[in-house]
Design a protein around this ligand. Structure first.
Ligand SMILES: C[S@@+](CC[C@H](N)C(=O)[O-])C[C@H]1O[C@@H](n2cnc3c(N)ncnc32)[C@H](O)[C@@H]1O
Length: 177
């Protein structure tokens, strides 16, 4: 994961974004949600195959940028402002272990788990029964613990793709509610 902060404090699409985008391009359904949309890149990939795509981000700067390509953009924590059901929720997580959130684009707090878990819990609340969440984490986080904790929330969890990078391995996870 590269931290490409610009003056407007948003995450520019990076290798992790492209890895994720390639995996989701054939996903289909009615409603999809991209949590932590950043530039809106991943939400845009979903647009052709879903009737309705919603994008959220905690960063208002990101939402302003994403809104140039995604109509339904909401500035909120995870999915907290939403009360519709989704077939698919995706999130390229902020997964770096950190003591505090100095940079919301990458900092995931303790073991790189705390922020992702909050997002997964929020996703569960807006997923249809048998709905799917796809999220990206990394070998830099305690991803095995994250998978176990996600399972304990009632999801069926599996790693569906990995990509070795110079200093980490990207890990793409599918979690079925
Ligand atoms: C690794 S970046 C991914 C950005 C974009 N989806 C991509 O793949 O290029 C993580 C994004 O999550 C957002 N974010 C962090 N914590 C969040 C939260 N609690 N709720 C919503 N968005 C959050 C950040 O602002 C950032 O845009």
């Amino acid at each position: 994961m590269q931290n490409k902060l610009t003056k407007t404090e948003h995450y520019s699409p990076a290798e992790d974004t492209i890895f994720f985008a390639n995996y989701i391009e054939h996903e289909k359904g009615n409603n999809a949600l991209d949590i932590g949309t950043g530039s809106g890149y991943l939400a845009k990939v979903l647009l052709p195959n879903f009737d309705h795509v919603v994008a959220t981000d905690i960063s208002y700067d990101s939402i302003k940028i994403a809104h140039t390509i995604i109509e339904d953009c909401i500035c909120c924590n995870a999915a907290d402002a939403l009360c519709i059901d989704f077939d698919l929720v995706i999130c390229n997580m902020p997964y770096l272990p950190s003591d505090k959130i100095a940079d919301a684009t990458v900092d995931g707090l303790h073991e790189g788990l705390e922020v992702p878990l909050r997002i997964i819990k929020a996703a569960k609340n807006v997923l249809k029964k048998n709905g799917k969440m796809i999220f990206l984490t990394s070998s830099l986080a305690n991803y095995e613990k994250l998978l176990k904790l996600t399972e304990s929330l009632g999801f069926q969890v599996k790693i569906v793709a990995t990509k070795k990078m110079f200093f980490e391995e990207l890990i793409l996870v599918e979690a079925i509610k």
